[in-house]
Design a protein around this ligand. Structure first.
Ligand SMILES: [Zn+2]
Length: 310
């Protein structure tokens, strides 16, 4: 069995032809067609909420199904047990890599820069990041758990505590390809890790497996623990114009919120709403209060009133 993955499903055009105008659509189709070619059912969500593709297939839970096969609900030919459905949510990141040349003008390294924000880290082990680059033509297929672990292993989980990550505009350059070694790396200041195990067919093999409910729970807990530790506290960087004590206080206050029950947030919402009503009673507010009120009230605008023609 020889499988080629990925291949260019659109033979007469190259990805670079689309980079400028249709990059997103092109790359999602490119990735989707490739997963289809190895037996996955591929779906696109109606609304773009960060997930670009949903893929699913049926396989033998004991691992008897070939990498490019889909049992489509049938029993396994080998052990005769029922096949199971596996499913993933894919976020595609397409980048033209940036080349580094040596003094002879030879390309030695190419770097893949991408941006992710907090909203891209759903607490769901079925989330996959597919990094797609046409130069060289590769897919890196990395599950959310493995992705977070790469930051732990390279000793830079602090990345997620930084203000720029929260704002969603911190471009990450940790992934690069070394031409001499024919190796993809995830690196930090401290350490360099080969990530060839996520590359193309190898990456595909990693997701071609069944995760039972216990393991699913374990992987979900792993994401929650990581997020509690690194997403919910800030690391002090130059962006913060407050002193160390104030900074510690701020982190403590944030951590307190984790333990709060749903009722706390409902009460908070209620009291904010009451404040708003009070503001309205001061004759729709005056001066500064009026501008706050006008701003808040925008959130309560009835969509009927903003329909064309009104
Ligand atoms: Zn089987």
């Amino acid at each position: 069995m020889s499988i080629k993955f990925p291949t260019n499903p659109f033979k007469i055009v190259g990805p670079q032809d689309y980079y400028k105008y249709e990059k997103t659509k092109f790359s999602e189709d490119y990735v989707g067609e490739n997963f289809k070619s190895v037996g996955w059912n591929v779906y696109q969500p109606f609304r773009d909420k960060g997930i670009d593709l949903i893929i699913s297939k049926y396989i033998c839970p004991k691992g008897h199904t070939d990498l490019n096969k889909n049992l489509n609900g049938e029993k396994c030919d080998i052990c005769k047990i029922d096949s199971v459905k596996i499913l993933y949510f894919i976020q595609v990141k397409t980048r033209e890599t940036k080349e580094t040349k040596n003094k002879n003008g030879e390309v030695t390294k190419t770097t893949f820069g991408w941006t992710l924000g907090t909203k891209d880290f759903e607490t769901d082990p079925r989330k996959l990041f597919v990094m797609f680059s046409n130069n060289p033509d590769v897919f890196l297929i990395i599950s959310i758990n493995d992705y977070l672990n790469l930051y732990l292993k390279t000793k830079k989980p602090n990345y997620f505590q930084e203000y720029s990550f929260r704002k969603g505009n911190d471009r990450d350059h940790s992934i690069s390809y070394n031409y001499d070694e024919n190796m993809w790396y995830f690196s930090s200041k401290h350490t360099k890790l080969s990530i060839n195990e996520y590359l193309n067919l190898e990456g595909l093999k990693k997701i071609h497996k069944y995760t039972d409910i216990n393991n699913f729970q374990k992987l979900s807990d792993e994401i929650v623990n990581f997020k509690n530790k690194y997403f919910l506290t800030f690391k002090k960087t130059k962006t913060f114009k407050i002193n160390d004590n104030e900074f510690d206080e701020m982190n403590k206050e944030i951590l307190k919120l984790i333990t709060k029950e749903k009722k706390y947030f409902l009460d908070l919402k209620k009291s904010n709403y009451e404040k708003l009503i009070k503001l309205k009673q001061i004759k729709m507010g005056k001066g500064k209060e009026k501008s706050i009120f006008d701003s808040i009230i925008n959130y309560f605008v009835d969509p009927e009133s903003i329909k064309p023609g009104n």
